[in-house]
Write a protein that binds this ligand. Sequence first.
Ligand code: GAR
Length: 208
Amino acid sequence: MKRIVILISGRGSNMEAVQQRCAEQGWPAQVVAVIANRPQAAGLAWAAAQGIATALVDHKAHASREAFDDALAAAIDAHRPDLVVLAGFMRVLGARFVQRYAGRLLNIHPSLLPAFPGLHTHRRALEAGCKAVGATVHFVTSELDHGPIVMQSVVPVRPGDDEDMLAARVLATEHVIYPLAVRWFVEGKLKVADGLVTQTDGASQVLI
Ligand code: GAR
């Protein structure tokens, strides 16, 4: 059984999607803990109601980024994870933290990386006149919102779309691609070579 720890900052809908698919589909894995960096993260209550261990490592309670990263790593390591899943985790993690979990740290970002790392992705895509947007699941490296791409979803931009409409349509695809990517990881079906990720069954790594 692979042990998954999920990090959240807010609502946690991606966390829910991962946990539900894991339980429904009988993955060889278990979500053993959900950890948030904000006391008001709504997803914590949902996780606790599922009987999952929860913890809060409040970034505001730490004097430096390094101190926060170290406290977070200690909380994570207490659950001996095989995989750490960032699910709407909105803190930048330092190089030492990222190195500690190299090859077992996944993130989902609401853009077609390498386009639009950082915040306000949908607004920036609309301003740039993009005709398609999407989401990316990737292994985390020390460069923000970069790293080997596991899977992407592509969502057409429709005339009249605003930021919220796009965010909602992209989020629905996140709930498909993130559980799939996590499943592939725990089933040992992801191979990373030269910064490129292949799915060893040859499954499509794009949802259109
Ligand atoms: C998701 O859209 C996720 O892609 C994004 O935050 C949202 C979290 O929603 N993540 C980032 O922007 C990370 N850079 P959720 O809490 O309902 O899963």
